[in-house]
Ligand binder design. Structure first.
Ligand code: GSH
Length: 332
């Protein structure tokens, strides 16, 4: 049996490239296996859900869902750690990872499938990965099918004519906030990558490869683009920084984005699931939001609350969460 891990993934999947960058940083031997019909039999042997990434360990165990994948591997291969020793930073890193995975996915998915130029370009890349071996006609047919299927899923992440201004304003806002933060350091928490980088980066890496959001990023955010490039194969350049050094440019991100948009959205989504509603309406910032609830997200919100409960006694953490408007959503 091979001593390598196998990652079944896609270059177009933010959660797959997130896991691949983790493996590269840790120096864990692995094979990257693009998902296609040719590997479907092997994929199905180990996958419980039809989702990538799927990691198969050298002893033949399949693991899915990027956050648990990374947490399980981190427990077994602690060095170099992507979790800061300071428990305040460790929690904020997990919170930012969750924000990237869940809210950042809205920017990525919206821009990718809302605009025709992006939908067409991405559908072409997916079709080539899936059907490239079968020739141009199979690729052309797959491209149309992928574009139709994915455009039809825009509502699942909450993208619509109504929510478009909020999603796009948040994307542009986060670029401004990250540009200020990353102008002074290579990674979000200082000299080395953390969970926070992995979650946010997966989404922004994908956005950078799509025509519309990629053009916005290249025109406005050179430090973010340098980080996007760095995170493809991250390397430690120094230690994590202390909170006091990070705070001036990280507090605005936590306040405006995590406490201002992501967590209020999470709470409204959770309340709708509890009521068994088919749709929910809320206001985020200055605009209205409506969508079908996202069931998976209620589970990951519960998980981030569990992490907060475990860290709540850490001196200073609660004050940061209070200051940034996050506490009321986490301390329930
Ligand atoms: N929460 C999961 C999300 C995984 C996920 O949504 N994967 C998508 C691609 S990004 C997928 O496999 N979708 C099914 C498909 O494209 O056929 C994770 O973090 O791994």
């Amino acid at each position: 049996m091979s001593s390598d891990f196998r990652i079944f993934g896609s270059e177009l999947s933010p959660y797959s490239v997130k896991v691949r960058s983790y493996f590269r940083y840790k120096g864990l031997p692995h094979q990257w296996i693009p998902r296609s019909p040719a590997v479907q039999g092997e994929f199905q042997k180990y996958a419980k859900l039809p989702l990538v990434p799927l990691v198969v360990t050298p002893d033949g165990v399949g693991i899915q869902d990027s956050t648990p994948i990374i947490e399980q591997l981190e427990a077994r291969h602690p060095d170099p750690s992507i979790v800061p020793v300071d428990p305040t930073l460790a929690f904020l890193s997990a919170l930012l990872e969750e924000y990237g995975d869940e809210w950042g996915n809205k920017w990525m998915f919206h821009y990718r499938w809302f605009y025709q130029a992006d939908a067409w370009a991405t559908a072409e890349r997916i079709a080539l990965q899936m059907m490239g071996a079968k020739g141009p006609l199979a690729v052309a047919e797959a491209r149309t099918a992928v574009a139709e299927r994915m455009t039809g899923r825009l509502g699942f992440v909450g993208s619509s004519d109504k929510t478009r201004p909020t999603i796009e304003a948040s994307f542009k806002q986060v670029l401004v906030l990250l540009e200020a933060h990353l102008a002074k350091r290579p990674y979000l928490l200082g000299g080395r990558p953390a969970m926070a980088d992995l979650g946010l980066w997966g989404q922004l890496y994908e956005a950078a490869t799509d025509p519309t959001p990629g053009a916005v990023m290249r025109a406005s955010s050179p430090s973010v683009m340098a980080w996007v490039q760095r995170m493809v194969s991250p390397a430690a350049q120094g230690p994590f920084e202390p909170w006091d050094a990070l705070a001036p440019t990280l507090v605005p991100l936590l306040q405006k984005e995590v406490g201002g948009l992501f967590l209020p959205w999470s709470a409204a989504n959770e309340a709708a699931i509890a009521r068994d509603d088919n749709t929910f309406e809320t206001s985020l910032g200055d605009t209205g939001w409506s969508q079908t609830p996202q069931k998976y997200h209620a589970r990951s919100l519960a998980e981030i609350r569990r992490k907060y409960k475990a860290a709540a006694a850490v001196p200073g953490l609660t004050a940061i969460l209070e200051q940034t408007g996050c506490l009321k959503y986490l301390a329930e």
